[in-house]
Each structure stands twice: as structure tokens, then as C-alpha cells.
Design a protein around this ligand. Structure first.
Ligand SMILES: Nc1ncnc2c1ncn2[C@@H]1O[C@H](COP(=O)(O)OP(=O)(O)OP(=O)(O)O)[C@@H](O)[C@H]1O
Ligand SMILES: [Mg+2]
Length: 393
């Protein structure tokens, strides 16, 4: 069981098919990649028992112009696990994915293993990975079914088997009935599901997804996110997913790796990352985190507008952090902090209240109380001491 409380992933065949499909070449992004084949023996489609673990040993990437896109990284992704790499633009997510895919080589000394296989020197077409990109990278001159079956065709799978295979994937992706359409007759969400089906058709050992939902609108993104989550779980496939969207990362990852400037700052279950951020960067990047600074006074932190009792382990802390939803609005003077309402935003499921503390510190508090707030009114805020986050300095 993962820390996320997911059930163990378990393969369920999608039907009693005799369809045989050679493993080997991946679903690459370009026809050039896909056209190359290898000689791994055929297996029944859907049997993901061979989902591979991925191990990166001392993988770094320095580009010829000196850009250090990835700093040396050691990391293991379990077979069947979904690890989401999350971070701002330019932090090295795609570079990392390309190293796993075999589209880029790590700096000298870096190694990539799939299970026990050292695949460092193997090009993408011999790693058996499936890739899905932000841009769909579908073939516009082919139908949906032909797109999905493309990888099978270049591997010499018979036409009737290809048809059977595509039909099953179309069903799985809720695209049934659309097999004969051209891809330019599909919506963005449908196209991305075709891209996913195409990547899965070749039964990859590792599925790599680079911001697959970024091009879609918010509502569609959310519904596809649910679909992808269900799919990854039911297939038991090893997946590496890259995004800058923290909600997506939290929802999909068995573990989330937060990256900044080519470095993995923290990797852990979504709850660990959220409730126990290891750095100020992680705390700020994942959701909203309040931070107040003050002077240490015995077990407490004092600052204009309040006093917070710190946990015993926070010996030398000069700050405390807390999530907006871990603070409670109370009468002025009744809580640990007192300030004034600077703004309040009704967001439907809650109200986000911005509170100015004396001495130029500002915090935000989320409340589900059905009341209105008047700017400038005095307000009290209380925080459960267990909800305080203190960074080790
Ligand atoms: N071929 C290249 N030559 C030089 N620098 C590069 C090259 N490709 C990427 N970089 C740099 O490496 C760093 C990491 O790039 P990368 O594409 O991995 O970021 P990313 O996290 O995927 O960003 P985004 O979210 O914008 O896709 C960036 O600073 C980028 O400019
Ligand atoms: Mg990228």
C-alpha cells in the first residue's frame, strides 16, 4: 500500500485476447523513433507484470553552453509506482524525463537502470518507454485507430490484431465509436486520450508523461486527471509524470518530487510534502503557507500582534509557518494572534481572509464560516500548535 492509501496496483486483463504484441521499441514522439524496431519476444497485451523500476544513479545534465539543467541525482522509482516531478518552468523536469527516455544522455558517470538492466547507452527505441507530451504529437493524416495502432504496425503486428487492440484501447479511453475519425475532428481532451492510448498500445515498461494536461482547460484537466489516475492504477504501470501544477501532482503521485534549479528539493508522499515541507521553497510552492517571524522567548515566538507556542523540537526557530486552513478566526484578543482584515475573497467553498498583523506581517486564513468580513475590522486568529511547521535551519 502506498503512503497515499492507494490499493496495491493490480493488473486486470481487459479481455481474454490472444493478441500478441512485441515489446521492444517504444512509442516515441516521432515516426523516426517509432519506425525502428527491436527483437524482444511478443507478449499478450495488457500484461504489465514486467513494469520496470527506474533507478537513476548520479544523473546530472550539463548542456554545452554550461547550463546545469540537472544536478547529480540518485533516485529509485518502484515498479508500478507513479512519481510526479513538480517544479517551476526551467527547473529541469523535461531534461530529467528525456534522460529516462533515452532522448538525452546524462553527464559522464550518470547511469539509468530499468530493473536490473543498465539502459544508459540504449537509445529510446530500445528502452520500451511510452511517451505523452503536452502537444499531442499525433499523425494528422491518420485516423484515430491508425494513430493508436501505429506502434503495432511498425512492429509487424497483423491488421486484425491491430484492430482488436485499438478497439480495446478506444474503449478503455472512452473513445469508442471515434476510431474512424481524423484527429483534427477531435477535441483537445479526446486528442490527449488518443495520445495516451497510442503510448500504451506498445505496452511500455515505463510510461513518461510531460505536462500532458497543460494545454487543456481547467475543467477538462480535472476530469482527465481522474481518468489518468484510474488508468495508471489499474494497469500497474511505472509512470513518471512531469507537471508544474501542484494540484495535479498531489492528486496523481504516489510520491511527488519537488524540483528547483535542477535539484530535487524533497521527495515524498503528497501528504509529507504538504504537511512537512523540508524547505521554504517547497512550503511556498505547494499551496499557500503563512510564515511569521519573531523573537524567541522561552518556548514561544513573540512578534507584534501575537505569540505562538512552538513545538519542543523547535529550539532555535525564529519563525513559524502554517497553512491557511489550519488557522481559525476568533474574537479579537481571544486567539494567539490579533490583526485587521485587509481583504476577504469569497471563493464559494470557503472565504480566504487576508489579515494584516501589526509590524508589517500579513497572513491568510481560510474559513468555511458563512459570515462577511469588513476591511479594517479587528480580528483574532488562533492556530493549533500541532499545525505549526518549523524548518530545520
Ligand atoms: N539544449 C539546451 N541547451 C541549453 N540549455 C538548455 C537546453 N535545453 C534546456 N536547457 C535549459 O535547461 C534548464 C532546464 O530545462 P527543462 O526543459 O528541463 O525545464 P522544465 O522544468 O521542463 O521547464 P518547463 O516547465 O518550462 O517545461 C532550463 O534552464 C533550460 O533553459
Ligand atoms: Mg518541460
Amino acid at each position: 500500500m502506498s503512503a497515499k492509501g492507494r490499493p496495491e496496483r493490480e493488473f486486470r486483463p481487459l479481455g481474454g485476447s490472444e493478441v500478441r504484441e512485441p515489446a521492444g521499441p517504444p512509442q516515441g514522439q516521432t515516426p523516426e523513433c517509432e519506425a525502428r524496431t527491436s527483437s524482444v519476444k511478443p507478449r499478450a497485451w495488457g500484461d504489465h507484470n514486467d513494469a520496470a523500476s527506474v533507478r537513476l544513479a548520479h544523473c546530472a545534465k550539463t548542456f554545452p553552453d554550461g547550463t546545469r539543467a540537472l544536478l547529480p541525482l540518485d533516485l529509485e522509482i518502484q515498479a508500478g509506482e507513479t512519481v510526479v516531478f513538480l517544479g517551476p518552468s526551467g527547473c529541469g523536469k523535461t531534461t530529467l524525463l528525456r534522460i529516462i527516455a533515452g532522448l538525452a544522455q546524462p553527464d559522464a558517470g550518470g547511469r539509468v537502470f530499468f530493473g536490473d538492466d543498465d539502459v544508459t547507452a540504449r537509445p529510446i527505441e530500445r528502452r520500451n518507454v511510452g511517451m505523452v507530451f503536452q502537444s499531442y504529437a499525433l499523425f494528422p493524416n491518420m485516423t484515430v485507430a491508425e494513430n493508436i495502432a501505429y506502434g503495432l504496425r511498425v512492429r509487424g503486428i497483423r491488421a486484425d490484431e491491430r484492430r482488436q487492440q485499438s478497439a480495446r484501447l478506444l474503449d478503455m479511453m472512452r473513445l469508442a465509436g471515434l476510431g474512424d475519425r481524423r484527429v483534427d475532428q477531435l477535441s483537445g481532451g479526446q486528442r490527449q486520450r488518443v495520445a495516451l492510448a497510442r503510448a500504451l498500445a506498445v505496452r511500455p515498461r515505463v510510461l513518461l508523461l510531460d505536462e500532458p494536461l497543460t494545454a487543456l482547460d481547467a475543467k477538462l484537466r480535472e476530469s482527465l486527471r481522474v481518468g489518468i489516475d484510474r488508468l495508471l492504477r489499474s494497469l500497474g504501470i511505472t509512470a513518471v509524470y512531469v507537471t508544474h501544477d501542484q494540484a495535479e501532482a498531489m492528486a496523481l503521485g504516489d510520491r511527488v518530487a519537488v524540483m528547483s534549479h535542477g535539484r530535487v528539493e524533497q521527495i515524498g508522499a503528497p501528504q509529507d510534502i504538504y504537511y512537512r515541507p523540508a524547505s521554504a521553497f517547497v512550503a511556498d510552492f505547494i499551496g499557500t503557507m503563512n510564515r511569521v517571524s519573531g523573537e524567541r522567548d522561552g518556548p514561544s515566538l513573540r512578534f507584534p500582534g501575537g505569540t505562538l507556542r512552538l513545538p519542543d523540537h523547535a529550539v532555535a526557530a525564529d519563525h513559524a509557518m502554517f497553512r491557511p486552513q489550519d488557522a481559525r478566526i476568533v474574537e479579537p484578543g481571544a486567539g494567539a494572534l490579533t490583526g485587521r482584515v485587509a481583504a476577504a475573497f469569497f471563493l464559494g467553498s470557503m472565504t480566504r481572509v487576508v489579515v494584516d498583523l501589526p509590524g508589517e506581517q500579513t497572513i491568510v486564513v481560510d474559513t468555511v464560516e458563512r459570515r462577511s468580513f469588513v476591511n479594517g475590522d479587528a480580528i483574532g486568529v488562533d492556530i493549533d500548535p500541532d499545525a505549526l511547521v518549523i524548518l530545520e535551519s
